[in-house]
Design a protein around this ligand. Structure first.
Ligand SMILES: *Cc1c(COP(=O)(O)O)cnc(C)c1O
Length: 355
């Protein structure tokens, strides 16, 4: 089976061998307080910072998922309220999770074919502003220079869910303070780790809030990671796999170029073959998750027909569940796999049954 599911998604084929290595080296049974674990964790963080071009002064912590990061932001960075700017299911869920911990937090939805309006951001500077860099549910992204504009417009701490773009495209690190992702999307790894990246301002905000009531309180996590330790027994295998995949991948500048190039190929191909792109505004079309729209009957037919040929298309998600399918354009997916899906879509374009 070839999978184009946008998470969990295809893992790098080398991962099987890396799992075996981790097993044979004894690492998976090693104490996480041992020197060898700390060395491996340190090397992993250094590699990740190097390969993803994370600024030196930003710190990297590993947790268990993006969902956990939603709660870490809510409990440890938000003081009185946060503003959630969203256009789809994941951004909205982040807001809802936050509201359970901080009821005063609120949201501003925006049309998925537009960029969020700047004047929606005019809230007290004490409030954290939360964005979804790439909305996996509907295949949109923030326009490329949008966060730079936000930085000029407001002085708030900015938190960004980059779960389906980190390690796939270059992120404008300096334009936000708290970035996070989980590894089962663009990192090409099995699920079970969240990567959290914090600016000096995010750290200062956490210190001002001073929240230390949880096993995953930001300050407690940070204190541990500064010593290459973790607050709890971590996903040692996952960290090892992250280490090996970070050795494997090209620097993000190179990955970014190929992700954008293949996204363009996808959008051109789909339009040329009369598939309807879900996102009309080119400036907000995602480079990593491509959404195609059709009638519910046609979508259901295409998913089944693809499956019969060994191809898994991503289901629609949230409001567009029945009327879209999604194609992951993640770095672990090869040109050859892309060509197989394109071959299928060309044949089906000529077969207008179930329109
Ligand atoms: C997948 C995804 C999540 C959730 O990730 P988990 O690893 O399941 O916590 C959150 N936000 C976005 C944008 C996602 O794509």
């Amino acid at each position: 089976m070839i999978t184009f599911y946008p998470g969990p998604s295809k893992v790098y084929p080398q991962v099987g061998q890396y799992v075996q290595e981790a097993f044979e080296s004894g690492l998976v049974s090693a104490n996480h307080r041992s020197e060898s674990f700390m060395k491996m964790l340190r090397e992993t963080i250094d590699l990740l910072k190097f390969k993803l071009a994370v600024p030196d002064e930003y710190e990297v912590y590993l947790v268990s998922s993006a969902t956990e990061c939603w709660e870490i932001v809510a409990q440890s960075l938000v003081e009185h309220a946060s503003l959630h700017i969203y256009n789809g299911a994941f951004g909205e869920k982040w807001m809802e999770y936050t509201q359970r911990l901080v009821p005063q937090s609120f949201g501003a939805g925006y049309d998925f074919n537009a960029a969020p309006a700047m004047d929606a951001l005019d809230v007290p500077v004490s409030q954290v502003i939360c964005f979804t860099h790439n909305e996996t549910s509907n295949g949109t992204k923030l326009p490329d220079t949008y966060l730079a504009g936000v930085r000029q417009h407001v002085g708030n701490v900015i938190a960004v869910d980059a779960t389906s773009s980190m390690a796939g495209v270059m992120l404008p690190w300096y334009d936000a303070d708290l970035w996070y992702a989980s590894v089962q999307k663009c990192f090409g790894l099995p699920a079970g780790l969240g990567v959290m990246i914090a600016s000096p301002r995010a750290i200062a905000q956490a210190e001002r809030v001073g929240e230390r009531n949880h096993y995953n309180s930001f300050l407690f996590v940070r204190e541990n990671f500064l010593k290459y330790q973790t607050p709890y027994t971590p996903n040692i295998l996952g960290i090892y796999l992250l280490n090996r995949v970070m050795q494997l991948v090209q620097p993000i500048q190179v990955v970014d170029g190929s992700t954008r190039a293949t996204a363009k190929i996808w959008y051109d191909f789909l339009a040329a073959n009369h598939y309807q792109l879900h996102v009309e505004n080119e400036a907000v079309r995602s480079d990593t998750v491509i959404a195609v729209r059709a009638s519910a009957a046609r979508i259901s037919y295409l998913k089944t027909a693809a499956k019969e040929q060994g191809i898994i298309l991503g289901n629609g998600y949230g409001a567009d569940k029945e009327t879209t399918f999604r194609i992951a354009n993640f770095p672990a997916i090869t040109g050859q796999e892309m060509a197989i899906l394109q071959g299928f879509l060309v044949r089906e374009a000529e077969n207008p049954s179930h329109e």
